[in-house]
Design a protein around this ligand. Structure first.
Ligand SMILES: Cc1cc2nc3c(=O)[nH]c(=O)nc-3n(C[C@H](O)[C@H](O)[C@H](O)COP(=O)(O)O)c2cc1C
Ligand code: SF4
Length: 694
């Protein structure tokens, strides 16, 4: 048997000079961290899952092995009222500390360091036991919180301290106190949510007593080498949020109270401004942390939408922070730091900021995963991607180089198959090549780059610009043929659908057609929204911060300014046949952003439409409230779904070739890259168990 080959270069390779700031050690208290990256807190859902802890241990251990300097766990509540949802994880008893030991041991065995985040949800708790400084319901909560009594406040502080002590007993290297994103601590600090008249409310000094006491008492009750990080809301992005002077004063007091580091928090959950979605420019909030640099004696961490070593290095070199926190990028690639150290950033599986498999899952009470890396939080299920198995004597053809095909081909090659990948276009990527043209979705290019590099490093036979024929596939003796040939846009059958002004979304996004000033988009699913965004992007000239009303000068409370709104020069109607709010099926954490964006640009979104016909006067339709309407449009863009495209299937099956369709070629409903990539991985694993054990 041939030896197993490891894709990873040995970990003792000499540090390079490309990222000198990123790889300079940092002393935090008595601990020296090997580099300037911290893995940001992510609650994965494994914390509550029966049997989830061994998986969580493996998840964190893999990231420690991948070279991250310090890991922060997902938020763990200090008491029952503090959980985010019913049954949420707590650190309140010895048995909890004992359960967590498997996590700390696993991380320490890989040479990593890990701190536990203590998060009290306050009024965001999705339970009837929610508490807050005052009984004021948040606009995104179902439950009105109960106001804590003065004794209750003191008890809650003690609960934070007890949690920290239990975390220390569990072997954690420290704790992060979650003071941002609009959770309990943040609610004490902001006057809008704290109307108390006792020593915990009223003046700013009184309102910040709660976090100061938590940090002071944790410091007093833990050993000097125990790291205490405080996540401070530097930009609340809500009315009545902190002023910059208050942020600075709090930071100084938190240092005095004994914190070793201050991490940045951006935006309350109820803020109606995107803070982590893909349209936020990479490192787009680093300017906020930078403002605090030089004011404190402890290291500062900046965060949000850092996803590659290049922009981390630049931010550190520009003095934006002492450390960078990356959270989702470690779901996408646990080995991102090792790859950076080894000067192979092109091999990083980059987080594209889509939220589709991570945050959206968590909000749907599912386990977090990652669209570009289905292994995330499932490290125990799949074959270790860094180990390439020896050739197993089977040859497989993959037809189609989109997400499903690229994922399947790379996994097959990792599992020891000889693989030929046929793609009729001249480059890989499939629908990702279309998606990357949507404003703010340029990150899709990173996924294409990642797979292109991976496939060539795995010696997959890449046949680009080649339309493979049935005969070729039949005669080449493949053990299996995988059809990942994607989709074709569904045709519109209305009277007038054959008129020249009717085009499909691919023609629009590929720039194959000239589009007029007045446009109707038929179909308000994900693609319809993307096309509307593409066609109205002219109104975003002012840039991300100005168009969303973020005060770059940080002179206004909460960091808010008046959004610069300009309506698009193009009049767009986004139409759907079904009743209900257009875009209701978009991602849980990003759908609202798309709706707000289009509304700001003057796009009209109509549902419950009965299309009649199209003629030289325009598109005739009937609307439940507007009645019969004729839209005098220059173009109609069809985004009414797609059909599986697998023209080779029947012939291959009839010739007795073993064949499987995956991705859009198997199910074209709601083009789903997450499903496509996962299906590629699943099929490869299945083929190994079927063919190699035969
Ligand atoms: C699935 C998921 C869970 C998260 N859970 C927490 C949490 O428990 N506590 C916290 O402070 N932040 C949490 N966050 C926010 C991250 O810490 C981070 O601020 C955010 O993802 C932006 O950073 P990034 O662009 O590096 O991902 C979570 C984010 C994700 C994606
Ligand atoms: S699902 Fe999307 S946002 Fe979340 S980690 Fe993966 S690539 Fe990043």
């Amino acid at each position: 048997m041939t030896d197993i080959v490891t894709l990873n270069k040995p970990s003792h390779v000499k540090p390079h000079t490309s990222y000198p700031h990123l790889f300079s050690p940092l002393k935090v208290g008595s601990t020296t961290l090997p580099n300037r990256v911290i893995m940001g807190s992510m609650h994965t859902g494994l914390e509550e899952l029966k049997g989830g802890f061994p998986r969580l241990a493996k998840f964190y251990a893999e990231r420690a092995k991948g070279g991250v300097g310090l890991i922060v766990t997902g938020g763990i509540a200090p008491n029952r009222a503090g959980v985010t949802a019913w049954g949420g994880a707590r650190m309140t008893r010895n048995r909890h500390a004992i359960a967590h030991q498997q996590i700390t041991n696993a991380v320490h065995n890989e040479g990593g360091k890990i701190v536990m985040q203590i998060l009290h949800s306050g009024r965001y708790a999705y339970t009837p036991f929610a508490v807050a400084p005052s009984a004021i319901k948040s606009p995104i909560s179902k439950f009105k919180p109960r106001a804590l009594s003065s004794r209750g406040v003191k008890r809650t502080i003690k609960d934070f301290v007890k949690s920290a002590k239990l975390a220390m007993a569990a072997g954690y290297d420290g704790v992060e106190v979650m003071g941002s994103e609009g959770y309990l601590i943040n609610e004490f600090i902001a006057s809008e949510t704290n109307k108390r008249t006792d020593e915990w409310g009223g003046s700013f000094e009184n309102r910040i007593r709660f976090p100061k006491e938590i940090v002071r008492q944790i410091r007093e009750n833990t050993t000097p080498d125990f790291i205490v990080i405080y996540r401070l809301s530097m930009l609340d992005l809500v009315h009545g949020g902190s002023s910059w002077d208050e942020v600075e004063k709090l930071a100084k007091d938190i240092e005095l109270a004994g914190a070793n580091m201050i991490n940045t928090g951006i935006g309350w959950h109820e803020a109606r401004i995107p803070t982590i979605a893909t349209m936020v420019p990479r490192g787009g909030f680093a300017f906020v942390t930078k403002r605090l640099m030089g004011k404190l004696g402890i290291p500062l961490i900046t965060t949000n939408r850092f996803n590659d070593p290049e922009n981390c290095e630049r931010a550190l070199a520009d003095g934006c922070a002492d450390m960078i926190s990356m959270a989702r990028p470690f779901l996408a690639d646990p080995h991102l730091m090792r790859k950076s150290l080894e000067e192979s950033p092109e091999s990083i599986n980059t987080c594209i900021g889509c939220n589709q498999a991570c945050l959206d899952h968590v909000f749907e009470q599912k386990i977090a995963s990652c669209l570009v890396n289905p292994r995330a939080c499932e490290e125990d299920i799949w074959h270790d991607a860094s180990i390439v198995k020896p050739l197993n004597g089977h040859k497989i053809a993959v037809v189609g180089g989109g997400p499903a095909g690229m994922s399947c081909a790379s996994e097959l090659a990792t599992l020891g198959f000889e693989v030929d990948l046929f793609e009729k276009a001249k480059s890989l990527g499939g629908q990702f090549n279309v998606a990357k043209k949507i404003p703010g979705k340029g990150e899709f290019e990173s996924t294409i780059r990642y797979f292109t590099n991976l496939l060539s490093s795995l010696n997959v036979g890449l046949h680009l610009g080649e339309s493979v024929s049935e005969d070729q596939l039949i005669q080449s003796g493949y053990s299996h043929v995988v059809l990942a040939s994607g989709v074709s846009p569904r045709k519109w059958t209305l009277s007038g659908a054959d008129r020249p002004e009717v085009v499909n979304y691919l023609e629009v996004l590929n720039g194959d057609v000239e589009i007029g000033k007045t446009v109707a988009i038929v179909g308000a699913g994900g693609i319809g929204f993307d096309v509307a965004d593409f066609l109205t992007h002219d109104s975003e000239a002012s840039g991300f911060l100005k168009s969303w009303g973020i005060d770059e000068s940080l002179s206004n409370r909460g960091g808010l300014s008046k959004p610069e709104r300009s309506v698009s020069q193009r009049k767009v109607y986004l139409l759907q046949r079904s009743p209900g709010k257009p875009g209701s099926k978009l991602g849980k954490t990003t759908g609202w952003i798309h709706r707000v964006t289009l509304r700001k640009r003057g796009v009209e979104m109509w549902s419950d439409i009965d299309y009649k016909h199209l003629d030289e006067h325009g598109l005739h339709l009937s609307h439940p409230e507007k009645g019969s309407v004729t839209l005098p449009v220059d173009n109609v863009v069809i985004c009414a779904g797609q059909m599986p495209f697998a023209p080779l299937l029947d012939t291959l099956e009839n010739a007795g070739v073993k064949v499987t369709c995956i991705g859009g070629a198997s199910n074209a409903r709601g083009l789903d890259a997450q499903r496509a990539i996962r299906e590629g991985l699943k099929l490869a694993t299945k083929l190994e168990s079927e063919l190699v054990s035969e």
